[in-house]
Design a protein around this ligand. Structure first.
Ligand code: MN
Length: 238
């Protein structure tokens, strides 16, 4: 396992789960407002906070001010163009956080660069997922694939990926060339209550976020933010 912070207290429910914000303050602010409107005061954050073509500095200031349990994502090792206090915050975050009944990990407990639930073209089998999760937690919260999922294993354990707050589609060449596409531009997050999990899609000003990406020279991000689809088709996925 990656290094973990272990808490012996349970996180009171309900709590909200956010992940893969990727510097998208245009999406993050309305997601936080949506959470507040529901009277939910507890939030956990699964990493990949700032990287990409949008607004890392203002996103960092907002997230640091929230002071919520947060883990580091693989892209949080990419510290370009950050103020020293933002870089220091990222490097201070643990890779994993454990509570008695649930675990926060960005990818898998062993690697923040491996998708827990996707292979990456389809949902992994129960056996594959169980092999990647040699832990007993009843609920595992993961991000990284930007794909909203709730998966149950044969032994009753559940894995929740809330989807991405800030980037609904992308292409990646690792481990093989592939595209991840939510199919809509909404900002995604999830709410965990006792006996109930809600997956939420929030409308926000994605035109503004897309324009910012375009100004920063990232046509791929601009297209993804506006459509929830990847600009480049990837061989093998058609
Ligand atoms: Mn990631």
């Amino acid at each position: 396992m990656l290094e973990a912070i272990r808490h012996s207290f349970a996180l009171p429910r309900p709590f909200a789960v956010i992940a893969d914000v990727h510097g998208n303050i245009w999406a993050l602010e309305p997601v936080l407002a949506d959470i507040r409107t529901r009277g939910i005061t507890s939030i956990v954050n699964l990493g990949d906070h700032l990287s990409g073509a949008l607004d890392p500095a203002n996103t960092a200031d907002l997230l640091m001010g929230l002071d919520i349990p947060s883990i580091r994502g693989n892209q949080d090792r990419d510290l370009r163009e950050l103020k020293p206090e933002h870089a220091a915050w990222l490097t201070s975050l643990p890779a994993l956080i454990e509570y008695p009944d649930f675990l926060l990990c960005h990818g898998t407990p062993e690697s923040d660069e491996t998708y827990l639930l996707e292979d990456p073209f389809r949902l992994r089998s129960m056996e594959q997922i169980a092999r990647l999760l040699p832990t007993a937690h009843r609920l595992v919260l993961c991000g990284h694939s930007h794909t909203t999922r709730l998966v149950t294993l044969a032994d009753g354990r559940m894995i929740l990926n809330p989807g991405s707050v800030g980037l609904p589609a992308y292409t990646d060449d690792q481990p093989v060339p592939h595209a991840m596409e939510a199919g809509s531009p909404h900002a995604r997050y999830a709410i965990v209550e006792e006996g109930r999990i809600e997956q939420v899609a929030v409308t926000y000003n994605w035109q503004a976020a897309s324009e910012a990406a375009r100004r920063n020279g990232r046509a791929d991000w601009a297209h993804a933010l506006l459509t929830g689809r990847a600009l480049r088709r990837v061989a093998g996925t058609d």
